[in-house]
Design a protein around this ligand. Structure first.
Ligand SMILES: [Zn+2]
Length: 422
């Protein structure tokens, strides 16, 4: 697919400035970025009239099939929500269910300008089929814990899914310290050394998680994991709310990424990650939505807004966490965490992008377009989303290889089955 986006504006993520010109794609990558594209044969020439092209958002932590739990059993305390709603319902999911819900999540991602996700859930092979068929880019993270999956399955997925489809990759990972025994964590660390690979997991999401870990091992989750060589080849953590100064030093020393999930952290009353301190320590930041069960939207605009305003509140300082830093984390930080070559609109990189409607009232006046994106932008401003040079969403229509209404029907039917036979 050769696209020619004519007369657009686009964000240079290195300087955080807005430029004007043409953008072309060929064979899944950007083939021209500059003032005026050379004449040539294109499958489609689109007059952009000054609308804004941004590299797509990289949702750096999610559990895509959890859309099935959206708005189910809300407003319960965390322990009751997990034990009474989440776990019994998840136990009824089949690989085919996850395949359908993954496709539903993809529709939501692309409608919000998201072009890739870093996903942790079970039945990754069925999910990989769904991602590949829709044309969406996904990096998986292993989801092993004491109750499901095993180091052998992790290694099997690592080998299979890293050569399954160019849109799909797989990182070693496990659910979290509090759900995974020391022996299993050591097995993951061994795999990390065998493949010289980074490792990812939920880390320090709640205060009690950290306190329990200290009483178990005399160390924080980051401390115990680092002590067994878990991060010798990098990686990172999801949430990272209750990191100590020593934990942050480990993150810094090992080049780990902290992925923040502010919507989920607020809704589950977990806390506010100290992005300001992480940034001061030079730690790479990325942004994720977490699953729809605890968010409930898969919308990076909301996450970006909260990333910034929560730091302002936390530090009683309206200058904390500026918009440009948040936008960088939501796009480049996520792309680097996932190990994909997206995040910049530059020749040769993945043509993963979204088009923002600059004629919408909430984007005017154009005093500062980056600040407009972070503080007043919304998914409603997304006109088009393309992954690997293929348009998956355009003005309310989905081009994911399946009719959206039939997808909705299938999803509703599965929910009826799961939630009826208690
Ligand atoms: Zn999560």
């Amino acid at each position: 697919m050769k696209l020619h986006l004519k007369n657009c504006r686009y964000i240079d993520m290195r300087s955080m400035t807005v430029r004007s010109g043409d953008i072309c794609t060929d064979n899944g990558v950007f083939s021209y970025v500059g003032e005026s594209a050379p004449h040539g044969e294109y499958d489609r020439v689109i007059e952009m009239n000054g609308d804004l092209v941004i590299p797509g958002f990289c949702n750096a932590h999610t559990h895509s099939p959890m859309v099935f739990l959206r708005s189910f059993a809300e407003d319960l305390p965390l322990d009751r929500w997990l034990s009474e709603a989440v776990f019994p319902s998840e136990a009824k999911l089949t690989p085919e269910d996850n395949y359908i819900f993954t496709k539903l999540a993809v529709c939501e991602y692309v409608s919000n300008g998201i072009t890739s996700c870093f996903d942790m859930y079970f039945y990754p092979e069925a999910m990989a089929e769904a991602f590949a068929e829709t044309g969406f880019r996904c990096t998986f993270c292993g989801a092993m814990n004491n109750f499901s999956q095993s180091p052998e399955m992790l290694e099997d997925c690592y080998i299979k899914l890293n050569s399954f489809n160019p849109l799909i990759s797989y990182k070693l990972g496990f659910h979290a310290e509090y759900t995974t025994s020391l022996d299993l964590m050591k097995a993951v660390s061994q795999l990390a050394h065998k493949y010289k690979a980074p490792v990812w997991c939920h880390n320090s999401e709640t205060k009690s998680e950290v306190e329990d870990c200290i009483s178990r091992y005399g160390m924080t989750p980051t401390g115990i994991m680092d002590s067994i060589g878990m991060f010798d080849f990098g990686g990172g953590g999801y949430h990272c709310i209750y990191l100590s100064d020593e934990d942050m030093d480990i993150f810094s020393r090992r080049g780990l990424t902290a992925v923040t999930n502010p919507c989920s952290n607020l809704k589950l009353a977990s806390g506010i990650a100290d992005l300001t301190r992480l940034k001061e320590k030079g730690i790479r930041l990325a942004v994720g939505t977490d699953g729809a069960a605890s968010n409930n939207a898969l919308d990076m605009f909301r996450e970006m807004y909260l990333c910034s305003v929560l730091q302002k509140l936390k530090y009683s300082d309206a200058s904390a966490m500026p918009a440009a830093d948040v936008l960088y984390a939501a796009i480049v930080g996520g792309s680097e965490a996932m190990g994909i070559d997206s995040g910049f609109i530059e020749v040769g990189r993945n043509a993963d992008f979204a088009v923002i409607d600059m004629k919408a009232p909430n984007m005017r006046p154009e005093n500062d377009i980056v600040k407009n994106l972070v503080f007043s932008g919304s998914g409603a401003n997304v006109l088009m989303t393309a992954v690997n040079g293929r348009i998956l969403y355009e003005k309310g229509e989905y081009f994911i290889g399946e009719d959206i209404d039939s997808l909705y029907r299938k999803a509703e039917k599965i929910c009826e089955r799961i939630f009826s036979d208690k």
